[in-house]
Design a protein around this ligand. Structure first.
Ligand SMILES: [Cu+2]
Length: 121
């Protein structure tokens, strides 16, 4: 009799473990986790960044898409935070902003093209 109770207890624990594992795995795929840190898009069009100034939350991804037929870059003014390198027509570059603060950037090929990202906590 004792043995049967022991086996049932072990069986119940296995079931609970499995349920926990399934719910944890499901949480990773949950769409709200994605919505919390959405991707913001900045178009590079007519030799300017559109919009030139954006404010985002820490952890947000910013994606630059070059809509011009001319090559452009999105390069941080401080020279180290991010640098897209040369983006040809239709090419894009994505960077995740992990630190709060202001990030000014420009196009290396056309220095008059300027943008700014404000990252909030
Ligand atoms: Cu440019």
């Amino acid at each position: 009799m004792r043995r049967i109770i022991l086996l049932m207890t072990v069986g119940a624990l296995v079931v609970v473990d499995t349920l926990l594992a399934v719910s944890v795995a499901g949480a990773h795929k949950h769409p709200t986790a994605m919505a919390k840190h959405p991707t913001r898009t900045v178009l590079i069009q007519d030799f300017s960044f559109k919009p030139a100034h954006i404010t985002i939350k820490r952890g947000t991804k910013v994606r630059w898409i070059n809509k011009d037929s001319t090559a452009h870059t999105a390069t941080a003014n401080n020279g180290r935070s991010f640098d897209s390198g040369s983006l040809g027509k239709g090419q894009s570059y994505t960077h995740t902003f992990k630190r709060a603060g202001k990030q000014r950037y420009h196009c290396e090929i056309h220095p008059h093209m300027k943008g700014r990202i404000t990252v909030k906590r």
